[in-house]
Write a protein that binds this ligand. Structure first.
Ligand code: ADP
Ligand code: MG
Length: 247
């Protein structure tokens, strides 16, 4: 029987282990150079495939998340933003809040880093293997409305529930109509104690009634969001303003 690298690689490819197939020649060379045992080599092959697959899955999840920009927590300057500490943010990064289906709410005026933190945390959650979806409130409401008009609101909400975490950016910036509020309520209701959300908003909860038009709907929405949530009130100067002034 001929046993060339190409023939063996082709067999791995047939079993959809493409990373082993592609890396086989190199892995063999390294194994021979390092004189590792057969068992170690067997382990290396499967680890190589697993690592490559995880990497691809994370890449795909990053694309699906739809972040408008890349923001990393490493770039966040806690000397400028002193109303939240690095320790507070780092405590979130074991992602227990996702496993507990808890929510995060960042409240504060424009430019204080709410969206930066939300995206940074979302990014790390993806690296940790979670699925994340980012949307501004406006696009989310539009998306739900489109689905509702097609009679597919339930299916749309179900498709959003496939994510472990939904980031809803800029809640409360623009008023929405009654149907929009109703659709959002349906979604928040479906997420309640089942999936987590991160919300950024410039309004504190006492003002949310006004945004949601009708307090009857606002109260249960707000209630559900804050029931299991970590709330961060951010203050300070706008970072945008600071950058503008420094230039
Ligand atoms: P918000 O959502 O609160 O309006 P952003 O998160 O969009 O504010 O921040 C505005 C800009 O300033 C973004 O480019 C963001 O990356 C940057 N920024 C804000 N706060 C900080 C900070 N503490 N360190 C580094 N960059 C910051
Ligand atoms: Mg923002």
């Amino acid at each position: 029987m001929t046993c060339s690298i190409e023939v063996v690689a082709q067999k791995y490819r047939g079993l959809r282990c493409t990373s082993i197939a592609d890396g086989l020649a190199n892995l063999l060379k390294q194994a021979e150079a390092n004189e590792i045992s057969h068992l170690e080599f067997a382990d290396q092959l499967v680890e190589h495939e697993q690592n490559q697959r995880n990497g691809k899955r994370i890449e795909l999840n990053m694309r699906k998340a739809g972040f408008p920009v890349t923001k990393r927590l490493e770039e966040f300057d806690y000397r400028h933003q002193t109303t939240i500490t690095k320790r507070q943010v780092n405590q979130l990064l074991d992602f227990r809040f996702l496993d507990e289906r808890a929510n995060l709410v960042f409240i504060g005026p424009p430019g204080v880093g709410k969206t930066h933190l939300a995206i940074g945390i979302g990014h790390q959650a993806i690296d940790a293997g979670y699925k994340v979806f980012f949307s501004t409130t406006i696009s989310l409401v539009e998306m739900l409305e489109l689905a509702q008009l097609k009679g597919e609101l339930k299916q749309k909400i179900a498709s959003l529930q496939k994510f472990d975490l939904l980031i809803i950016d800029e809640l409360g910036y623009l008023p929405m109509n009654k149907q929009g509020v109703y659709n959002l309520f349906q979604m928040i209701n479906a997420f309640y104690e089942y999936r987590s959300v991160i919300i950024t908003t410039n309004k504190d909860f006492t003002n949310w009634g006004e945004f949601f038009h009708n307090d009857n709907v606002a109260v249960p929405i707000v209630d559900r969001i804050i029931h299991h949530s970590h709330i961060f009130m951010l203050g300070g100067e706008s970072y945008r303003l600071k950058q503008k002034l420094e230039n």
